[in-house]
Design a protein around this ligand. Sequence first.
Ligand code: ZN
Ligand code: ZN
Length: 478
Amino acid sequence: MQRKIVFVMHILLILAIFQTSPVCAWHPGELVITGDVAQEVVLAGYQGWEVVGLEYRGEAQEAIRLLPVLQYAGVLGAEGSIFLSAYDGVGAVLALGEITEECYLRLTPEYGWQFISEHHPRQAGVKFLEYVVVAAAGPDLPCLRLISGTTETVISYGSLFAVDSVQRLIIEGEAKKGDFTAAPFSRRSLIPLAQFLNKQEAAAVVAYLGDGSQVEVSLAGYLEWRGQSADYLGPDGRSRKADVKALWADAPETAVTELLSQALDALGEGRVLIILVDGLGFFELQQVQPPFLSSREVQQARTVFPSITPVALASILTGALPSEHGITARGMRELQVPDLFFYASQLGKSSALVEGNTKILNTSIRPILNPDLDGDGSTDYEVFQSAQEQLAAGVDLVFVHFHGYDDTAHSCGPFSPEAGEKLLELDGYIQALCQGFSGTVFVLADHGQHPTSRDKLGDHGLASLLDLTVPWFRWEQP
Ligand SMILES: [Zn+2]
Ligand SMILES: [Zn+2]
C-alpha cells in the first residue's frame, strides 16, 4: 500500500515537471473560457477533452473542439458573441451561432492556444489566446447594474469585457534589500466609472457587493473586469472592493437598516406600530396612489442585496447589512446579531411579530403565525385581525408582515391591476390599524419587484432600481 502511494506520487511529480517545464521560449499559458457562462473553464492542455486529428494548412494537426468546451462551461443566454482575445490584446469577435463542430482549439509551442476554423475568415485564427469570453444576450444573465436617477444601465459580465477601458500603471509598493529597492507594478485595464454615471466627479456612489455589504465609492474610481464578475478600484487604482453587483449614484439616503434605531428611539417615547408590505416597490406605490398612504409623506429608501424576504427582513429587524447579520440566502434563519425585539425587551417593552403562515427567521420572540383561515388564498385578512388583537391588548411594539402584495405581484406582475387592487385592500387594513392607535407608525417594504416575461410575471432578488427602491413612511399617530 505504502509503495503504491509513493509510486503514484512519483507519477504526479513527473507530470508536474512535465507540465511546468518550458518547451520553448513562449510559454503557452492557460486559456480561460469565461464571461456569461455558468462556470469558468481553464484549459492547460487537452486533458479531459476528445482530441481530434485534422488537416490544417496542409499539415496533420491535433486539436480539441470548442463547442463541447462551451457546453461544459454552460453558455448563459441563447445568442451573443464570443471574444477570442490574445495575450497581446488583439483578437476577433465571432457570433455564438456560428460556432460549429468544425471550430477547434489547438495548443502548440509556436502559437500557444489558437482558434482554428476553415469556415471562418482568416482573421478568426487568433494565436496566443488568453481568453474566450462569452458575451451572451438574454433576460437572466448575471449583470452589473449602474443606476443613476431612474436610469439603469445593465451590462452582463461577459459584455463588460468589451467596454472601453484605460491602461493604468499601478505601482504596488516598494521592496527593499539592503540599499537596493524595487517597486513592483502592474499594468491594468480599468473602466472609468464616470463614463456610466454622468454626475459630478465628487459625487458619492453606493456600491452593492456580492457578500451583501454596501460601501460608498467614488465616481473617480474604476471597474475592473474579472471574467464572471467585476471589482471596484478606487481612484488610486489599488484599493479594491470585490464582486460589485450594482453602483448606485444618488441612492436614497434612507436605508431599511435604519428602522431598528428609529423604532427604538420612538419606543422610548411611546408605542410603535411597524407595517411591512412585502414586495411593495416605491414606484408601484406611486402609480397606485392608495388613498390612506397617499395622505402621508413618503420617502424613498434603499433595501439590501440580495433583495429577497429573509435577507431584507433580517436587515430591517437587526439594523445590520447581510454581511453582518449572516442571512444571505433563502433557507437561512439564524441571526448573528440581536434583533429589534431583543432590544425592546431590554427597554422593558413588550413586542409582537405578526406573521403570515410561515416562520421566516428565528427571531428572539416567537412569531404569531396566521394561516389562511377564510381560504381566500391570502393571509392578509388574518394578519390584519391578529395585529388588531395585539394592538387592542396594548403591546408596546407591534410588527405586522403582510405577504399578499408580493404574492399577487409575482403572479400578475408588479404594475398589474391585480397588484393595484391588492394594495388598495392593504391600504384599508393599514388605515384601520392606525385608527385608535396612538404612537409612531412606520410603513415600509422589504424589496420591490420587477416585471418578467417568464412563468411568473414579477420577481425580485436583483440589485436593480425596482427591486431595491422601497417606500418609507414614518408618522406620529395622535
Ligand atoms: Zn419579500
Ligand atoms: Zn417574493
